[in-house]
Design a protein around this ligand. Structure first.
Ligand code: ZN
Length: 237
């Protein structure tokens, strides 16, 4: 399934061209790079990960209890809150190297889509799962509310604090039905080139929950190792 794509800058539905997509509103062009439509501006992912990071991450994800436990918790939450997963459209925002997407593809009939800021991760991901992938900026998503389920796993704490409200507003806009979000509440092992901890937001659940409640119905809250998970539903009426 291909999503209906809209201009991340002006929200107009995009037209497909030979090399990518064009916006009939603001005339911006969005290229397809190595088969992956790219909706980040120039320089959007200049501070990309060291490619060796993904090999290391893949090893950790295959073996570390935290990653193994987390993907099981995510699948369990999906099964409990969505009566029939088959054919449901799910978007993972910040899919990294595709570890969770691959796990879900092997165990469900979900129609999966992945997106991430970093092209290196997406290219790695493309070798793991055969699903639509997009390079995006989470503050400017190029999607309408065309996904039943939105997953965002240990990504929100990486967002620049000043942009978090925009990201959450966008999450509200694109979530047609259910959102499953995990948030790490402590420090990251990784330090950014500018010296800041990679978890730009390190806050407890009491800080996060009002932000989710403003925008969604809360269906479930669980503490998980080093953080928490919420299942949310689109506000009715
Ligand atoms: Zn536009």
């Amino acid at each position: 399934m291909q999503a209906v794509l809209s201009c991340p800058q002006c929200q107009r539905v995009l037209a497909q061209t030979d090399g990518g997509f064009s916006c009939p509103g603001c005339q911006r062009l969005y290229p397809i790079i190595d088969g992956i439509p790219s909706f980040v501006g120039e320089g959007g992912s200049e501070d990309a990960f060291d490619p060796g990071f993904f090999a290391l991450l893949e090893h950790a994800e295959a073996h570390h209890f935290w990653f193994i436990g987390r993907r099981e918790i995510i699948l369990d939450a999906l099964k409990r809150h969505v009566p029939d997963l088959s054919g449901k459209r799910m978007l993972e925002i910040g899919c990294g190297n595709g570890n969770i997407l691959r796990y879900l593809q092997n165990r469900t009939e979900l129609q999966l889509t992945g997106c991430d800021l970093f092209m290196e991760g997406l290219q790695f991901c493309r070798n793991q799962v055969d699903i639509p992938l997009y390079q995006i900026d989470a503050t400017l998503l190029p999607f309408h509310n065309c996904f039943d389920i939105i997953g965002i796993f240990d990504v929100l704490e990486h967002i620049e604090p000043a942009l978090l409200d925009n990201v959450l507003d966008d999450l509200q806009r694109v979530t047609a039905d259910v959102g499953v979000f995990t948030v790490h509440t402590g420090r990251a092992a990784k330090v950014l080139p500018d010296g800041r901890n990679a978890h730009l937001i390190q806050q407890p659940p009491a800080w996060w929950l009002p932000k989710f409640l403003e925008r969604f119905e809360l269906a479930n809250f669980n503490r998980v190792v080093m953080g928490f998970m919420v299942v949310v539903e689109r506000k009715r009426g």
